[in-house]
Design a protein around this ligand. Structure first.
Ligand code: PLP
Length: 210
Protein backbone atom coordinates (compact mmCIF):
# COMPACT_ATOMS: atom_id res chain seq x y z
CA UNK A 1 0.00 0.00 0.00
CA UNK A 2 1.59 3.23 -1.14
CA UNK A 3 -0.66 6.26 -1.10
CA UNK A 4 1.68 8.56 -2.97
CA UNK A 5 2.27 6.04 -5.72
CA UNK A 6 -1.47 5.35 -6.01
CA UNK A 7 -2.11 9.08 -6.30
CA UNK A 8 0.54 9.54 -8.98
CA UNK A 9 -0.79 6.56 -10.92
CA UNK A 10 -4.34 7.90 -10.88
CA UNK A 11 -3.17 11.35 -11.90
CA UNK A 12 -1.28 9.84 -14.77
CA UNK A 13 -4.22 7.72 -15.88
CA UNK A 14 -6.39 10.85 -15.90
CA UNK A 15 -3.83 12.89 -17.84
CA UNK A 16 -3.52 10.28 -20.54
CA UNK A 17 -7.25 10.51 -21.16
CA UNK A 18 -7.76 14.26 -20.73
CA UNK A 19 -5.32 16.64 -19.12
CA UNK A 20 -7.99 19.18 -18.19
CA UNK A 21 -9.97 16.85 -15.95
CA UNK A 22 -9.78 17.87 -12.33
CA UNK A 23 -9.10 15.22 -9.71
CA UNK A 24 -10.94 15.58 -6.42
CA UNK A 25 -9.14 13.35 -3.92
CA UNK A 26 -11.87 11.98 -1.66
CA UNK A 27 -10.43 11.98 1.84
CA UNK A 28 -13.57 11.05 3.80
CA UNK A 29 -12.78 8.69 6.65
CA UNK A 30 -9.03 9.18 6.20
CA UNK A 31 -6.85 10.66 8.90
CA UNK A 32 -4.73 13.73 8.51
CA UNK A 33 -1.39 11.91 8.28
CA UNK A 34 -2.48 10.14 5.12
CA UNK A 35 -4.07 13.22 3.61
CA UNK A 36 -0.93 15.22 4.34
CA UNK A 37 1.05 12.94 2.03
CA UNK A 38 -1.07 14.11 -0.87
CA UNK A 39 -1.08 17.75 0.21
CA UNK A 40 2.72 17.48 0.16
CA UNK A 41 2.51 16.52 -3.51
CA UNK A 42 0.94 19.92 -4.12
CA UNK A 43 -2.58 18.62 -4.61
CA UNK A 44 -5.27 21.26 -4.11
CA UNK A 45 -8.70 19.58 -4.43
CA UNK A 46 -10.10 17.33 -1.70
CA UNK A 47 -13.57 15.87 -1.19
CA UNK A 48 -15.41 15.16 2.07
CA UNK A 49 -18.95 13.92 2.60
CA UNK A 50 -19.66 15.08 6.16
CA UNK A 51 -19.59 18.68 7.29
CA UNK A 52 -18.59 17.99 10.87
CA UNK A 53 -15.80 15.60 9.98
CA UNK A 54 -14.49 18.05 7.39
CA UNK A 55 -14.53 20.94 9.84
CA UNK A 56 -12.64 18.97 12.46
CA UNK A 57 -10.04 17.66 10.02
CA UNK A 58 -9.52 20.63 7.75
CA UNK A 59 -9.92 23.92 9.65
CA UNK A 60 -6.28 24.09 10.76
CA UNK A 61 -4.89 22.74 7.47
CA UNK A 62 -6.77 25.36 5.48
CA UNK A 63 -5.25 28.16 7.55
CA UNK A 64 -1.80 27.04 6.42
CA UNK A 65 -2.75 25.95 2.88
CA UNK A 66 -4.92 28.75 1.58
CA UNK A 67 -5.06 27.43 -1.98
CA UNK A 68 -6.71 24.16 -1.10
CA UNK A 69 -10.31 23.70 -2.30
CA UNK A 70 -12.64 21.56 -0.25
CA UNK A 71 -15.46 19.85 -2.16
CA UNK A 72 -18.59 18.64 -0.38
CA UNK A 73 -19.64 15.46 -2.16
CA UNK A 74 -22.22 14.06 0.26
CA UNK A 75 -25.87 14.67 1.06
CA UNK A 76 -26.36 17.89 2.94
CA UNK A 77 -29.04 18.59 5.53
CA UNK A 78 -30.21 22.17 5.51
CA UNK A 79 -29.29 22.68 9.18
CA UNK A 80 -25.65 21.99 8.23
CA UNK A 81 -25.56 24.37 5.26
CA UNK A 82 -24.19 27.30 7.22
CA UNK A 83 -21.27 25.28 8.56
CA UNK A 84 -20.68 23.83 5.09
CA UNK A 85 -20.53 27.32 3.61
CA UNK A 86 -17.70 28.22 6.00
CA UNK A 87 -15.34 25.53 4.85
CA UNK A 88 -16.32 24.23 1.40
CA UNK A 89 -15.78 26.14 -1.82
CA UNK A 90 -17.44 23.54 -4.02
CA UNK A 91 -20.75 21.86 -3.23
CA UNK A 92 -21.38 18.84 -5.50
CA UNK A 93 -24.67 17.85 -3.89
CA UNK A 94 -27.02 20.79 -4.28
CA UNK A 95 -30.44 19.20 -4.75
CA UNK A 96 -33.24 21.24 -3.20
CA UNK A 97 -34.77 24.69 -3.40
CA UNK A 98 -34.48 24.97 0.34
CA UNK A 99 -30.70 24.43 0.27
CA UNK A 100 -30.26 26.70 -2.72
CA UNK A 101 -32.11 29.50 -0.96
CA UNK A 102 -30.02 29.12 2.20
CA UNK A 103 -26.79 29.28 0.20
CA UNK A 104 -28.02 32.26 -1.75
CA UNK A 105 -28.79 34.11 1.50
CA UNK A 106 -25.39 33.20 2.94
CA UNK A 107 -23.68 34.48 -0.21
CA UNK A 108 -25.47 37.80 0.07
CA UNK A 109 -24.91 38.27 3.80
CA UNK A 110 -21.27 37.18 3.77
CA UNK A 111 -20.42 38.69 0.36
CA UNK A 112 -18.76 35.48 -0.75
CA UNK A 113 -19.50 33.25 -3.77
CA UNK A 114 -18.81 29.54 -3.95
CA UNK A 115 -19.28 26.94 -6.72
CA UNK A 116 -22.03 24.39 -7.09
CA UNK A 117 -22.88 21.23 -8.94
CA UNK A 118 -26.51 20.19 -8.93
CA UNK A 119 -26.84 16.52 -8.06
CA UNK A 120 -29.29 14.61 -10.24
CA UNK A 121 -30.83 11.32 -9.16
CA UNK A 122 -29.95 9.89 -12.52
CA UNK A 123 -30.92 6.27 -11.74
CA UNK A 124 -34.21 7.36 -10.15
CA UNK A 125 -33.36 5.46 -6.98
CA UNK A 126 -35.57 5.96 -3.92
CA UNK A 127 -32.76 6.04 -1.38
CA UNK A 128 -30.46 8.38 -3.29
CA UNK A 129 -30.00 12.12 -3.09
CA UNK A 130 -30.32 14.35 -6.09
CA UNK A 131 -33.08 16.18 -7.86
CA UNK A 132 -35.46 14.17 -10.04
CA UNK A 133 -34.59 14.24 -13.74
CA UNK A 134 -37.89 15.84 -14.78
CA UNK A 135 -37.42 18.67 -12.28
CA UNK A 136 -33.80 19.39 -13.13
CA UNK A 137 -34.38 22.03 -15.82
CA UNK A 138 -36.62 24.17 -13.66
CA UNK A 139 -34.30 23.84 -10.66
CA UNK A 140 -31.24 24.80 -12.71
CA UNK A 141 -32.99 27.93 -13.96
CA UNK A 142 -34.10 28.84 -10.45
CA UNK A 143 -30.55 28.52 -9.07
CA UNK A 144 -28.94 30.36 -11.96
CA UNK A 145 -31.44 33.08 -12.78
CA UNK A 146 -33.33 33.76 -9.57
CA UNK A 147 -30.62 33.07 -7.00
CA UNK A 148 -27.56 33.90 -9.14
CA UNK A 149 -25.67 30.89 -7.84
CA UNK A 150 -22.55 29.91 -9.73
CA UNK A 151 -23.76 26.57 -11.10
CA UNK A 152 -20.87 24.76 -12.79
CA UNK A 153 -22.96 21.83 -13.96
CA UNK A 154 -24.49 18.53 -12.94
CA UNK A 155 -23.26 15.71 -10.73
CA UNK A 156 -24.44 12.11 -10.42
CA UNK A 157 -23.72 8.82 -8.71
CA UNK A 158 -24.95 6.02 -11.00
CA UNK A 159 -26.74 3.00 -9.50
CA UNK A 160 -24.18 0.65 -8.00
CA UNK A 161 -25.18 -2.49 -9.82
CA UNK A 162 -25.51 -1.13 -13.32
CA UNK A 163 -23.30 0.05 -16.15
CA UNK A 164 -22.25 3.61 -15.37
CA UNK A 165 -21.75 4.71 -18.97
CA UNK A 166 -25.47 4.85 -19.75
CA UNK A 167 -26.08 7.20 -16.81
CA UNK A 168 -23.02 9.35 -17.55
CA UNK A 169 -24.19 9.92 -21.11
CA UNK A 170 -27.67 10.73 -19.86
CA UNK A 171 -26.26 13.32 -17.45
CA UNK A 172 -24.09 14.79 -20.17
CA UNK A 173 -27.14 15.25 -22.36
CA UNK A 174 -29.05 16.92 -19.54
CA UNK A 175 -26.07 19.18 -18.90
CA UNK A 176 -25.88 20.22 -22.51
CA UNK A 177 -29.63 20.78 -22.91
CA UNK A 178 -29.38 23.19 -19.98
CA UNK A 179 -26.27 24.88 -21.34
CA UNK A 180 -24.09 23.96 -18.40
CA UNK A 181 -20.38 23.60 -18.84
CA UNK A 182 -18.98 21.07 -16.41
CA UNK A 183 -19.79 17.58 -15.17
CA UNK A 184 -18.88 15.97 -11.85
CA UNK A 185 -18.95 12.24 -12.44
CA UNK A 186 -16.71 9.22 -11.97
CA UNK A 187 -15.30 7.48 -8.91
CA UNK A 188 -12.58 4.85 -8.41
CA UNK A 189 -14.49 2.15 -10.25
CA UNK A 190 -15.67 4.12 -13.25
CA UNK A 191 -13.62 7.30 -13.67
CA UNK A 192 -12.16 6.29 -17.02
CA UNK A 193 -15.62 5.73 -18.49
CA UNK A 194 -16.70 9.00 -16.89
CA UNK A 195 -13.89 10.91 -18.59
CA UNK A 196 -14.68 9.29 -21.92
CA UNK A 197 -18.28 10.37 -21.34
CA UNK A 198 -17.23 13.99 -20.87
CA UNK A 199 -16.60 14.38 -17.14
CA UNK A 200 -14.57 17.37 -15.93
CA UNK A 201 -14.35 16.54 -12.21
CA UNK A 202 -13.66 12.99 -11.02
CA UNK A 203 -14.01 12.12 -7.33
CA UNK A 204 -11.62 9.38 -6.30
CA UNK A 205 -10.99 7.93 -2.84
CA UNK A 206 -10.54 4.22 -2.34
CA UNK A 207 -8.12 3.53 -5.16
CA UNK A 208 -5.78 6.15 -3.68
CA UNK A 209 -6.08 5.39 0.03
CA UNK A 210 -6.64 1.61 0.00
C1 PLP B 1 -17.05 8.12 -1.50
C2 PLP B 1 -17.46 8.88 -2.68
C3 PLP B 1 -16.61 8.99 -3.79
C4 PLP B 1 -15.30 8.25 -3.89
O1 PLP B 1 -15.56 6.90 -4.14
P1 PLP B 1 -14.37 5.84 -4.31
O2 PLP B 1 -15.05 4.65 -4.86
O3 PLP B 1 -13.81 5.62 -2.93
O4 PLP B 1 -13.39 6.42 -5.23
C5 PLP B 1 -17.02 9.79 -4.84
N1 PLP B 1 -18.21 10.43 -4.81
C6 PLP B 1 -19.04 10.36 -3.76
C7 PLP B 1 -20.32 11.11 -3.80
C8 PLP B 1 -18.70 9.57 -2.67
O5 PLP B 1 -19.55 9.48 -1.64
Amino acid sequence: MNIIQNYLNIKNEIQVLDRDVRLVVVSKGQDINKIQLIINQGHLDFGENKVQEATLKWTEILKINKNINLHLIGNLQSNKAKDAFKIFNFIHSLDSEKLAKIFSNLEIIQKKKINYFIQVNIGQELQKGGIAIHLAGEFINYCKNDLKLNILGLMCIPPADQISEFFFLKLRELNSINQLKYLSMGMSGDFKIAIKSGSNYVRIGSSIFN
